[in-house]
Design a binder for this molecule. Sequence first.
Ligand code: SAH
Ligand code: SF4
Ligand code: F3S
Length: 471
Amino acid sequence: MLNCELGMGKPFDIELERLTGRTSYSAVFPSVAAGQRGTFFLETFGCQMNDHDSEKVAGMLLSRGYQQVETPEAASLILYNTCSIRERAAQKVFSRLGEYREKQSEGKVIGVLGCVAQQEGEEIFKRAPWVSLVCGSASYRKLPEMLAQLEAGNQRVTGLDTDTDETFETEMTRRDNPWRAYLTIIEGCDKACSYCVVPFTRGPERSRASDSILREVKQLAELGYSEVQLLGQTVNSYVDPTPRKMRFSELLLAVADVQGIRRVRFTTSHPSDFTPDIVEAIEQQPKICDHVHLPVQSGSTRVLRAMQRTYSREEYLEKIAMIRGASKPITITTDIIVGFPGETESEFAETLSLLEEVQYDSMFSFKYSPRPNTPSLSMSDSISEEEKGRRLAILQDHQREIQAAKHSLLVGERFEVLVSGKSRRENQWTGYSTSHRMINFASQGRELLGTYVQVRVTGATPNGLAGEHVT
Ligand code: SAH
Ligand code: SF4
Ligand code: F3S
């Protein structure tokens, strides 16, 4: 597999991007035969898996002679990689497409990729007739073929199969960040949470062969990447399809063993598949990051059952106790949905008490959003938007207090951070600890991006830490 260095990455908050973010690929890549086939603009909404898919799509196009450009105006091919997780995310796509209504008449090809593409399929042509390509993530391998069909004069092409055993691997990936590399190890999702579109938009679970993963990690290390982030909607449900049958925890250890790799992260873990050997791997191997993102969704067993989350409050808390029982502190973060149909005030109070009990280091929280095709769409007792908003505000206030208290205890502590951002303010930098704490810190250092430095925490707010570089 070829890989491409970009030079300078952009500062960003991984988690924010994962859930809300939009990434514009602004770097102009000097491709082998730049522009021979035309230019493309690729904009991405959604989670890290979408971000990474876009890196692969970009690599695939670059290797075939397309050139990446910074604006839709400069592009002959405009691609949107979309997210459908909540209604607002999906709406955003159509309003963005509306902005490009005129572009088709200028001879530009407009394509929709990702979860909205998979979910809406040919409906997109009806709602936005100026679109000529619709392709879901399980069909990206067919993209070059689809583009060739358009070049040959076809008006509209689709790639909407999800019943494929293939994982999306390319010969070339154009990664956004020069130090931390995303790597999808399992695509799709076999869980069936009653509120979630992902099993429909990304198809069934497909795990990538362990030897192929390790080969790519070695190449990444040779290219200078020091942090690898293994991705999957349920990353710990990984099942090695090769005769080696590596367990997920063995894969973590094997990735960490690759020379040059200093950090291994993984996200998102499903509580039901979170086993003691994963904690043991974190304990045993310092390169495996001390952070577990373990979405709970609700603190009420009744609601969890209605959500089809496959665990009870008590079973979830047992997993937390197992992680807390580790020989070193491990950061725990979560996702929560408020206002699931039928959620009573006392069930919501159970979520608050779970927060109190677990003491999460950070939380992403959402108002329940009804999604097409999902079982919860037809559930009665929907909660009003106003009430969902009220619960969300209470939940977030509660978590803010927990974080304020937790962060204040960290003042004076030292962390090694991977420097990932430079502030516009003079001598101010951003880095992440292995425990995934973001620290803004002061340093007179000249070129710290991509390096590992020691930082002492000097101040704390509920949302972050401030520090200074110590040598
Ligand atoms: N695979 C991961 C996360 C999937 S999407 C997991 O199982 O945890 C990221 C988060 O979006 C979810 O954890 C959930 O909190 C939220 N989410 C998913 N569907 C949603 C919906 N219909 N309404 C509101 N939030 C939703
Ligand atoms: Fe969606 Fe549940 Fe799968 Fe996560 S585990 S992607 S919430 S169906
Ligand atoms: Fe969104 Fe699809 Fe990811 S719905 S969160 S882009 S899997």
